[in-house]
Design a protein around this ligand. Structure first.
Ligand code: CTP
Length: 374
């Protein structure tokens, strides 16, 4: 604990929760006799500063060693993780960003921050990542041995697209983005460099993932097109609107007033998955179907020229669009694997293993741990 930490939580409560002695003072003779600060620095597998305030970040960037925390951070050879937490104006301040850049340069990993409501009443970037998210990223960093997607560049699309009719109306669908974001996290944990092109969803960006926000299908197409040359694996999870209004009206459309019907002309959107499959040898699609599911999914696999299709039966309410659970069938030209109902996280992990295996087979490589899937 730093001096400031003691303003938020007492040593006694932290000790009770952690079940460990809390260390605060560089000059605590008793603690130093048991495990000195240099021993502490040597003992750690990883050092995580959570929450990392603007002040601590500044002290670390300057290389100060004026308390136990900064001394340990300076003396350790273990990887250093910082989970910033501060008011959004402070987060955006150039000095803070400069300090973070110099810490990154020195090898620190910055976790987050997330966006949302802040203790000061404001809303924006600067919230500490949820503890579970910090643990997940750490687990990924510290996992031993090769991972199934080590070093691969994975590009995903997620969420719905919105196709504007006029300044206040649009065509869209019920996609929540949950499955796409879960797959992005699973790919990250499998060692991939992940870029996520997301339609409008209310989900925070997972740590360690590059996110590009888009609204329309055509914006999503352009963002994907720009990333494809560097992509090893493409996973199209987004529920892309197949059609857009042929013209967006500049002004709000008014009712004609004579009770007559209204017609909106639609134009077909470009197919992002089909384009990705032309460039990338491992393009994976999703098929959200309500009837004749296998036939439609196999048809899509052939039509779009992708390496595999993940079939999602959205007629089942338990695994529908906004659910936290899912059940899918992974369809390759050579056969099918069923992943029964489970959390979207677990389904994502299994799918990422299957996709990594498929990538290795198609590229004839043995890199990574292929035994997990077997
Ligand atoms: N997809 C895409 N670009 C589009 C339409 C769909 O990349 N313009 C992708 C989706 O991300 C998904 C897959 O294609 O991975 C299947 O999408 P779906 O809408 O179910 O397929 P369609 O070809 O539109 O077939 P249909 O709507 O007739 O079921």
């Amino acid at each position: 604990m730093t001096r400031s930490a003691a303003h938020f939580v007492t040593e006694t409560s932290l000790q009770a929760v952690a079940g460990q002695r809390v260390r605060r003072d560089l000059w605590d003779a008793e603690a130093e006799a048991a495990m000195g600060h240099i021993e502490l620095a040597r003992w750690a597998d990883a050092v995580v500063v959570a929450p990392a305030t603007a002040h601590v970040i500044a002290r670390l960037a300057a290389g100060l060693a004026d308390d136990l925390l900064t001394t340990v951070c300076l003396a350790t050879t273990a990887p250093l993780f910082l989970a910033p937490a501060m008011n959004r104006q402070m987060w955006e301040h150039r000095t803070v960003q400069r300090n973070l850049a110099s810490l990154k340069d020195a090898g620190a990993v910055i976790l987050g921050p997330g966006e949302g409501d802040q203790a000061c009443g404001e809303t924006g970037p600067g919230r500490m990542l949820e503890p579970a998210e910090i643990v997940a990223v750490l687990a990924g960093h510290l996992a031993q041995g090769p991972k199934p997607m080590d070093g691969l560049n994975v590009l995903l699309t997620a969420g719905p697209t919105r196709e504007p009719i006029d300044p206040v109306r649009y065509i869209s669908n019920h996609s929540s983005g949950k499955q796409g974001f879960a797959l992005a996290r699973a790919a990250r944990d499998a060692g991939a460099n992940v870029t996520l092109v997301s339609g409008p969803v209310g989900i925070e960006t997972p740590a360690g993932i590059r996110r590009i926000d888009v609204t329309t299908a055509r914006e999503m197409y352009a963002a994907v097109e720009a990333e494809l040359p560097e992509t090893d694996i493409f996973i199209g999870v987004a529920a892309v609107a197949d059609y857009r209004p042929e013209e967006m009206q500049d002004q709000k459309i008014k009712k004609p007033g004579d009770s007559s019907d209204m017609w909106i002309g639609l134009r077909e959107n470009p197919d992002i998955l089909a384009r990705a499959a032309e460039v990338c040898s491992c393009a994976i699609g999703f098929a959200a179907e309500t009837h004749d599911t296998l036939r439609h999914a196999r048809d899509k696999l052939a039509r779009k020229g992708c390496a595999a299709i993940v079939l999602n039966d959205v007629s089942d309410e338990d695994i529908g669009f906004d659910s936290d659970r899912n059940a899918v069938t992974f369809i390759e030209p050579s056969g099918e694997t069923v992943f029964p109902i489970d959390s979207k996280e677990t389904v994502a992990e299994k799918l990422i293993d299957a996709i990594a295996l498929l990538f290795r087979r198609r590229n004839n490589t043995t890199r990574g741990d292929l035994t997990r899937q077997a």
